[in-house]
Design a protein around this ligand. Structure first.
Ligand SMILES: Nc1ncnc2c1ncn2[C@@H]1O[C@H](COP(=O)(O)OP(=O)(O)O)[C@@H](O)[C@H]1O
Ligand SMILES: [Mg+2]
Length: 368
């Protein structure tokens, strides 16, 4: 069936590439715990995505702030300010963008930074927006420079300058566009140029979720998927989901498979725990990449400080993967610190891997 082949393809291709590059183990494991969506995830995610703000679990502050922004825009009958969302992959940025459009009963246009290579790509979208439309630009930090500059003007004045001709004879023809709301999402707010950041009226910082919030996510998903999930099973999965709803939903499906085959479908604490051990998600939710990063930091570099790129080479991953995917959670768990001189393991990291820190492990770098 072509449908199932297509949904399987990305994971297979990635595994093959990883094998060629000699880090098959790490990358295959990422398929289960990676916060990035691919393959059949996308189908199921669409089904599990909350559609309205009231259904969106957790992120209480963001939800409250956003509901005020939306409500007041609706009352004034004007498109709301532009919204920027920043946070790790899988925390609900795309979901919120869709919710914003739904709450406004506005049409939604979706694109992403890497797709906007030339200013013309963006101009084509902006000039066809309907009044009040929500334009979602995912990975907005990866937009090309010329498109970025066009966006400044569009966000501020609802205008684009179409440049005609080249060199000294070139002229800019101003073109009015319909008032719209830009929703930008980024995993790396630090990479956004200040002029772009400043043009957003509201920035939502998305945090990792608490265990009880992930339990609610799991209960909701299990209802939608028709899986029976007792509270202890939900708690065990939530605890190990790296604070990330996307991972919680994925682990739920793997634990369900395990329970169906080995435990007559009953997901109690022991079954959830055994399934997650099998998939090598540890008791704190650390996956293989997280443990590889910590392991290298401790064993090869005596706990640090060590630079990001050195660390990334040692685990066979791109620096961006280590920085965006592994580190935020390790920092949040108090296992790793980012210092001006490099990455440093904390006492808890040594403890987590069952090792004793050497006497000089927390040198000047850690406490300066
Ligand atoms: N607050 C939430 N409540 C319930 N489910 C959520 C929530 N946030 C995310 N999810 C689930 O996690 C999945 C991934 O969220 P998504 O918005 O795609 O993350 P991001 O765009 O930040 O990578 C969604 O399909 C949804 O099922
Ligand atoms: Mg997304």
């Amino acid at each position: 069936m072509p449908y199932s082949r297509r949904t399987r393809a990305p994971a297979t291709a990635r595994a093959e590439r990883a094998e060629r590059e000699g880090n098959a183990e790490v990358s295959l494991e990422r398929d289960l715990v990676s916060p990035d969506a691919d393959g059949d995830d996308l189908q199921i995610e669409a089904a599990l995505r909350p559609k309205r703000l009231a259904e969106f679990i957790g992120q209480g502050r963001v939800r409250e702030q956003l509901s005020l922004v939306l409500e007041s825009a609706l009352r004034r009958n004007r498109p709301p300010d532009h919204v920027l969302m920043s946070g790790s992959p899988g925390l609900g940025k795309t979901t919120l963008a869709m919710i914003i459009a739904a709450e406004l009963s506005a049409p939604l246009r979706i694109t992403s930074g890497p797709a906007l290579e030339r200013a013309g790509d963006l101009a084509a979208i902006l000039s066809t927006l309907a009044e009040g439309e929500v334009l979602f630009i995912d990975e907005i930090h990866r937009m090309a420079r010329p498109a970025e500059e066009m966006l400044y003007l569009a966000m501020e004045d609802f205008r684009v300058d179409i440049v005609v001709g080249k060199g000294p004879g070139a002229t800019a023809i101003p073109l009015d566009i319909a008032p719209f709301t830009l929703v930008g999402a980024t995993t790396r707010a630090g990479l956004l140029p200040a002029p772009l950041r400043d043009r957003f009226g509201f920035t939502a910082h998305m945090d990792f979720y608490e265990v009880d919030e992930l339990e609610q996510v799991l209960h909701r998903s299990s209802r939608l998927l028709g899986v029976s999930l007792p509270p202890e099973g939900a708690h065990e999965i939530a605890r190990r989901s790296r604070g990330t709803p996307r991972i919680a939903n994925r682990l739920l499906r793997r634990v369900r498979d395990f329970a169906d085959v080995r435990a007559e479908g009953v997901i109690d604490r022991d079954v959830a725990s055994a399934a997650l051990d099998l998939y090598e998600v540890d008791a704190e939710g650390l996956d293989r990449l997280d443990r590889a990063v910590l392991g290298v930091l401790l064993r090869k570099f005596g706990g640090g400080p060590v630079g990001l790129s050195t660390l990334a080479v040692a685990v066979g991953e791109e620096p961006e993967t280590v920085e965006v995917v592994a580190e935020p959670f390790l920092v949040r768990q108090g296992l790793l610190a980012r210092t001006p001189r490099g990455r440093v393991a904390t006492a808890a990291a040594w403890h987590h891997l069952g090792m004793t820190p050497p006497p000089d492990a927390f040198g000047a770098a850690h406490f300066d």
